[in-house]
Design a binder for this molecule. Structure first.
Ligand code: SF4
Length: 332
């Protein structure tokens, strides 16, 4: 259970029910009132080496921008929702590209406003839209602090149109299992080999817990996706990812194996990650591989075409062997 070291909050949260609840829940935690959750000078001035300590804080505010971004993968829109950032510290976390060292967890208390916009957009559309509500944070983790995912499912499941989807690396799904979700929620569990979780995905759930969570969610009728992501081409990647796929095949329930779809995503990395990781985690492995990676513009790196294609072919063969019936939505 995450217990914040300090809370930085905008005074306006006192006007919201969730804001009041959180202030009460953490009444014993030291607090600082801030003007704007996007610009906390004290945090901006901290060193990269303090990254892990910064993640122990909780920032609470009111979300001001509500712009939906069109998406063409597993959803129609990426939607800014009830949180951004995270308490975990995956060394490749895409949020670090957006927020730099300030990728700590921010909670937004105006959830009614955000969900209402989703519901209205869904009702107005002629087709069934899918909204990605977890592209800025991990909502299973966030739910363990706010109960927001339970609240969201309870308030969305009975609306007439649309689906919500979210990815996660956490196994704390028990609170949402008994809910009447009416098949409108799609949860995509992200998995990686145990060795990579241990060495790179600090503060997330173990692989065993994630697999058990998939089985429980499927049993409760949720639509499930499995993200093998991000694929990291470490020295022994073939062995590690083969073991991972075998393990999924052995430990997923029959129902999960029958129903789950897959997404496979290769790691992208950046100069910002390199700087923060070498100062914050000096003993950790270096994810930047000069031999296998190349620049992708604006300080970003991805795997060279040849390395990526070789790996894609290899992974498709393994998937065909162990999950021949399951759809792979995409490999990128
Ligand atoms: S769990 Fe997701 S949001 Fe959290 S640090 Fe890892 S990649 Fe980032």
């Amino acid at each position: 259970m995450f217990k914040p070291k300090g809370i930085y909050y905008e005074k306006a949260i006192e006007d919201y029910e969730l804001g009041k609840q959180l202030l009460e829940k953490y009444k014993d935690v030291p607090k600082v009132v801030i003007e704007n959750h996007n610009n906390i000078e004290e945090m901006r001035k901290k060193q990269n080496s303090e990254f892990a300590d910064m993640k122990r804080n909780l920032i609470i505010g009111v979300r001001k921008t509500h712009k939906f971004v069109e998406n063409h993968k597993t959803s129609d829109y990426l939607v800014p929702y009830t949180s951004s950032g995270c308490t975990a510290m995956c060394m490749y976390c895409y949020l670090v590209c957006n927020y730099n060292k300030c990728a700590y967890l921010r909670l937004f208390v105006n959830r009614e406003q955000m969900l209402e916009k989703i519901i209205k957009t869904a009702q107005k559309s002629e087709k069934q839209l899918t909204f990605e509500i977890g592209s800025n944070s991990d909502l299973i983790l966030e739910n363990s602090i706010t109960g927001n995912l339970v609240w969201t499912i309870e308030n969305f499941a009975n609306t007439s149109k649309g689906f919500l989807t979210l990815p996660t690396k956490f196994d704390m799904v028990d609170d949402i299992l008994p809910l009447q979700h009416n098949g409108k929620i799609i949860i995509r569990m992200s998995v990686n080999p145990e060795e990579i979780i241990n060495k790179v995905e600090f503060g997330t759930s173990r692989l065993k817990g994630r697999i058990q969570a998939i089985n429980k969610l499927v049993e409760s009728g949720y639509k499930i996706g499995i993200l093998i992501a991000p694929v990291i081409l470490v020295e022994n990647w073939k062995e590690l990812y083969t073991e991972l796929i075998q393990r999924l095949s052995q430990e997923l329930s029959h129902k999960a194996k029958k129903e789950a779809f897959f997404e496979i995503i290769f790691m992208t990395y950046s100069y910002v990650h390199t700087k923060i990781n070498e100062e914050a985690f000096p003993n950790a492995i270096n994810l930047y591989d000069q031999e296998k990676m190349t620049g992708r513009g604006r300080g970003k790196y991805g795997y060279k075409e040849k390395n990526r294609i070789d790996a894609e072919i290899y992974l498709r063969v393994q998937m065909q062997k162990y999950f021949p019936q399951n759809k792979i939505e995409y490999i990128v």
